[in-house]
Write a protein that binds this ligand. Structure first.
Ligand SMILES: [Zn+2]
Length: 295
């Protein structure tokens, strides 16, 4: 599970802000990692498959990457930012297509990292993700096979933002729907783009019990003016959006818990300013993090 929000300068009064809670198995640890820019000469080994190296220099990124216990390591990330102020967060979504029958491919987490390392703007990162979705495809476990609950596969949706624009992507296997964000948007664990929701929504997913209250709470935060970093950090640590016990934006259920969070502020022409929670945001709070030379 997860919740992700974006607010563009028109509603923040300043810079774009992207906020994400990563809800994962309760025993999962994520590391906040800095990865330098590079020119890849070898194929990239992602979580389950190998992709061709990028023809250009990759971007410098900071990402929240799950640590897995066995030989299989998660290469991708739940959320992150790059040095140009592109930020991406993903969500697990369920559709009429069964992800368990998909051949090994990229995970949604892999696509987050590839979008950040290759995208020079939000729109460009969307193109990168869609190209990889079509040419390589999605498939394989997105959870640690040796962790709580074991292996689990799902399709992904994404919120992709930069200092001046943002996009929603929702996917089912190699099919994708894309919507440009007007001034603000939130996504959660369900399809939401109208034509895609009509055609691909999982017929039995109880979104009214487990998803819609969180999504509505995010919508209310985005209706405030201005939308602020403080409001978004408070929202990510909040428990008042439950329709079922523990299913709040800051999640506390037996099988899913908020294990990492990020609030990224992306001013035009500057590197992003980033706050992260290295655990449940209601307990550990947020710390500001930065690019190495700014520490
Ligand atoms: Zn909490």
């Amino acid at each position: 599970m997860c919740d992700c929000l974006v607010a563009l300068p028109e509603v923040t009064g300043a810079a774009t802000i992207l906020a994400k809670n990563s809800d994962r198995p309760p025993d999962e640890v994520q590391h906040w990692e800095h990865i330098d820019a590079a020119i890849d000469t070898e194929p990239i080994r992602c979580t389950h498959v190998t992709v061709a190296p990028w023809a250009e220099r990759t971007r410098e990124v900071m990402i929240s990457r799950p640590y897995w216990r066995g030989a299989l390591q998660c290469w991708g990330a739940e959320h992150g930012v790059n040095d140009l102020g592109v930020a991406i967060g993903n969500e697990a979504i369920y559709t009429i297509d069964d992800p368990r029958s998909a051949a090994p491919g990229l995970t949604g987490l892999d696509l987050v990292r590839l979008g950040l390392q290759r995208g020079t703007s939000a729109e460009h990162a969307v193109t990168v993700i869609l190209d990889l979705l079509h040419t390589v495809g999605q498939g394989g476990t997105c959870h640690d096979p040796h962790g709580h609950g074991g292996a689990r596969t799902y399709w992904s949706s994404f919120l992709v933002a930069d200092p001046v624009s943002a996009w929603v992507i929702e996917t089912s296997a190699r099919v994708a729907a894309v919507r440009r964000v007007d001034t603000a948007a939130a996504i959660s664990n369900r399809t939401s783009i109208p034509w895609f929701d009509d055609g691909y929504r999982h017929p039995r997913q109880p979104t009214d019990r487990f998803v819609d209250a969180r999504l509505a709470a995010s919508g209310r935060v985005l209706e405030e003016r201005p939308v602020t970093v403080d409001a978004l950090r408070s929202h990510l640590a909040s428990h008042d959006s439950c329709s079922e016990p523990g299913w709040s934006v800051c999640m506390h259920t037996e099988h899913q818990r908020t294990v990492a969070s990020m609030v990224a502020v992306m001013p035009v022409g500057e590197r992003p300013h980033v706050w992260v929670a290295d655990g449940q945001p209601c307990e550990v709070g947020f710390r500001q993090t930065g690019w190495p030379e700014l520490r």
